[in-house]
Design a binder for this molecule. Structure first.
Ligand code: E4P
Length: 220
């Protein structure tokens, strides 16, 4: 299972590459705004961090662009910047046609803001390289997410779609595990989500206890 960092902060990405050897990066307009630099500067800096690797960077097309022509033109422009870029398209009707056309040109797309299995099905049928079902937002809205992930995975498996499923807006270790158990390909989450997921208070408690015993024992 692959783990992607959901961030546009250079220091966070460097940290996660070093500490966890994260497999890829996802960005969105909020992450770019938080990073504090112009969009183009930010994505070029991220591209440098993964240059020469097979790690993908999902970069989102300007959300104001909502026609097939505009989304395609912007997607092609972004894709030309780095071979690591995967073009993130918001899940609106023109995105399906854009994904098909990008795929014909060997440009990978990530259909994002997916909140239903029907949307995911259409993204997969359109040849999207990634599909990003958002679970955190649905859960906040009181909606089921376990069946949602299961449905998306079942659709992929039933029809042998090549699209990889990125479970997105993941908030905790439980959701990482739920995604892994459901056979999703990837989760994307913020750095603190991974750091907290890979720790446990009992591990720290055990270290405290064992150092106490260690200090009362002889080494040789
Ligand atoms: C995924 O690709 C999105 O960038 C991300 O998960 C959005 O959710 P969040 O910013 O609420 O975590």
């Amino acid at each position: 299972m692959k783990l992607f960092l959901d961030s546009a902060m250079i220091d966070e990405i460097e940290y996660a590459l070093d500490a966890f050897d994260i497999d890829g990066i996802t960005t969105n307009p909020r992450h770019v705004q938080v990073a504090g630099k112009p969009f183009m500067t930010t994505i070029r800096e991220i591209a440098k961090l993964v240059e020469g690797t097979d790690k993908t960077v999902s970069v989102e097309v300007n959300p104001h662009l909502v026609t097939y022509q505009d989304m395609l033109a912007e997607g092609e422009k972004l894709a030309a910047i780095s071979p690591n870029f995967v073009i993130k398209l918001q899940c609106i009707e023109p995105a399906f046609k854009v994904a098909r056309h990008l795929a014909k040109k060997n440009i990978r797309s990530n259909i994002t803001l997916v909140f239903s299995a029907a949307q995911a099905l259409m993204a997969m049928k359109s040849g999207a390289y990634f599909v990003s079902p958002f679970i955190g937002w649905k859960e906040t809205n009181g909606e089921d997410v376990l069946n949602f992930i299961d449905d998306v995975v079942a659709i992929r498996d039933n029809y042998g779609f090549a699209t990889e499923i990125i479970v997105a807006a993941v908030r905790n270790g439980r959701q990482i595990v739920d995604s892994a158990v459901a056979s999703a390909d990837i989760v994307t989450a913020g750095l603190s989500v991974f750091q907290e997921a890979f720790e446990h208070p009992y591990t720290q408690d055990g270290i405290r206890r064992f150092t106490g015993f260690w200090d009362k024992s002889q080494y040789e």
